[in-house]
Design a protein around this ligand. Sequence first.
Ligand code: GAL
Ligand code: MG
Length: 959
Amino acid sequence: MRFYEDLDNIAINRLPQRSYYIPENEGAYTLLNGRWRFHYFDSEADVTDSISGWDEISVPSCWQTLGYEDPNYTNVNYPYPVDPPFVPDRNPAGIYEREFNVENAGNQTYIVFEGVSSCVFLYINGEFAGYSQGSHLQAEFDVTPFVKKGVNTLRAKVLKWCSGSYLEDQDFFRFNGIFRDVYMLSRPQGHLTDIEVLAEKCAITAKFSGSANVTLCDGEGRVLETKTGQDGVSFAVENPVFWNAEKPYLYTLKFEAAGEVITIKTGFKTVEIGPDCALIINGVPVKLKGVNHHDTDPYTGWYQTDEAILNDLLLMKSLNINTVRTSHYPPPPKFLNLCDELGLYVVLETDLETHGFVTRVCGYGYDNDNSDWPGNKKEWTKSYVERMERAFERDKNHPSIIMWSTGNESGHGPNHYEMVKWLRARRPGALVHCEDASRLGYLDHADVYSIMYPEVYKNEAYSKEQNNRTVEGYLTNPENKQPLFLCEFAHAMGNGPGTVLEYMDFCYRYPAFIGGCVWEWADHTVVIDGVPKYGGDFCEGTHDHNFCCDGMVTHDRRLKAGSKEIKAAYQNISASLNGTDLTITNLYDFTNLSEFSLKLSVMADGETVAEGDYTLDVRPKESRELNVAALIGNVTGCRLGAYLNASFTDKNGHEVAFVQHELSVPKQSHEAPREALALTETEKTIIARGDGFVYEFSKLLGGFVSIKRNGKEQLVSPTKLSVWRAPTDNDRHIRKKWEWSDSDNQSGENFNKVFSKVYDCRTDNNVITVTGSLAGISRKPFFRYTAVYAFFTDGTVDVSLSGSVREDCVWLPRLGFEFKTLLENSRFSYFGMGPDENYADMRAFARMGLFHSSAADEYVNYVKPQEHGNHTNTKELAFNNGLTFTGYGFECNVSEFDSLDLSRAGHIDELKKNGAVNVRIDYKVSGIGSNSCGPALLERYRLKEKQIEFAFSFGLTKE
Ligand code: GAL
Ligand code: MG
């Protein structure tokens, strides 16, 4: 057994964990980030004491993103055999070396690593000075005995794997190196060794060992009191201002001891579970509108700069997120300082996941009681408990932390229970989160009932246990005595998530549903030559494809429709319109709506006809009615639609909430009565000719083969009916029933290989009637229809489709007509839901309006190309070159890509434009959901009806 495989060696000379702080006095802190000497060895066995041929590396970093090894993305599977505590014999090693200066040799000198994966051997001036594992936990070494005044040499030997790797089987790229800050502290003899601060019951108390002068300041920096204390001080604070995520009020404590200055911020906050299982913060029931955050960057891997972290947290705040679960390890300490300052509730999870035990024998199984699981083994107890202890002790002073989590997906054994007991003894009353304990029935080992990816609704076909694992089922079962917390929901992979509102609806209706965290914050990728890559792109031994691309924001932190959907679902203001009364409800917990500006605007056919600005005094959880009769009285009629828009903005002009209501005003049509157009027939085609247009309809194909406007062809290929969409990541299960694939030619309806059959195509006056069917290759027709085309002298064509879907056919991706038109038609305007893509179950953020766009602008560059760019409820779609569609709310899509090409591309650089503007005029498009990891799409969002009636018109505008 090697040293780093021996479970007795989890730390040598590492100091007991203390709370995070950095002394501020001159000379105390030397950041050692920067350029280091580096040598990468394929195998630890080849490491020699004297190393020639150093490279230079920047620290912090991950050596895989710098080309020393290929990255490896794996989710559940361990990237090596499951044979704990042993790791592969060929264990890559990185040797890091640099000089550092010790000015004051009379002081204590410490080296602190904030994060090293997977373990670090520390050498000072050639002497072994310590060892630590626990990648995302802090390791502090007292190196005083090893240093001398002046220049010293620090060498760190970092191994790819150690026994601790078995506890770090989180779903991410497996990176290695010194990936967080590393620094030296020079501290006077007799300095404080730890500080614990608590702000409770009108007092701020600090515990430490030794004597210190402590100054308390309020949130405005005013000194409230200074005290000298031995082993602790306590300040009475009259009428304390409480900390919460909306108003993150912090007090500051400044400790002066042994010549050192240390600042720690604190905040008053109470967290408890109410009798109705509500989460009560500072006496107020609060809903957690959360997200799971991994530290991820497409260029630096696990290392996020301070600016990147700040940017993440600010972006979260701007999306109405109030909670972050640090999945599945403690973040860099500064992350938590920022959560305190900016206001975010934190579920602090320690660095622990042993998910890969479910696949250690073929198949997938949580055989939780099996003694194989390290959580059940005595020799692992120390490793488990110290991971809880190190997380807690480092982060115990943060007011933002509302709950502590023992880790993720590790089964639940005695070792977990030891962690829970340790935490409960260490800080009685602190809330404990442990999803495994909830799932496996150890309810008293956690304070909330935590579920991942549940279905929303209960189901009559389910057993009692199954229903209890649905949101509705859990909430309506009176036997349940714990708050419901969704540690993960709304899997945001690719185009998605949809169906988020339904969860929030239950959340507001049931006190016991305290909220949840979207999975997850950002896509994990490694960008190579401008192309984001994922699992399988690096010849990995085992990988999980693009399952790492499941962020609600992109890898480079751009928003997508799913981000905006979450923002809308989480928004803290609602408004309902009843006649002329607009009822506005404040869903904030601690904020009066008077802090926001409300702009109401009345829009008819895309034009603003009236506006009003308001500031409303509405206290948290209260509502207020606003009479909007005068405002909406300005619109008496419209052609396409009239709407009342309510937009709430904060003092920076950022929109925090938006609500739109359709106004019921009469629709007026300006169109003159139309005259029927006589058609002429040839052997193969039917021709409709009029002033400035000629249409040619194929009797064989049952569609248009030519649409000419003033002699100029508009079509690139014949129009057709189709049902295919490039599967989204969330379609990954249902697509097996939709498509023909190389690996399975039996399970699908083969919608990606459809034959169109025309049984009959006849003309009667100005009308063409087609009867036909669509069938996937090798399958019975799934759709039989009659399509009627009526032509008018003004060039308009009324299309109506009436058909039936085979009873035993799976629900459809979509159904509609495809027009492939000229590139000159690439710009367009539409009156419908926009401006971003939207789908039946992902459009809470979208709004009706008149929008201008182009085929290129409609592209959304999902890491793995897939369906995108849809607009629901379209009333009119007009191309710049004269092709125009009108209808009663069809769905439309304009793209530079054909959906079959989109389906075939695995990465954005594999995507080829097909030289056309691909237009879809759809009866319906199925919703998005989050079935990549979450539940199947709700029935109501599936295109599952068997009888279909669809109508729209198109025409050509005159020049
Ligand atoms: C969960 C897990 C996450 C992530 C997710 C899938 O089961 O806790 O870490 O793997 O599934 O994206
Ligand atoms: Mg996992």
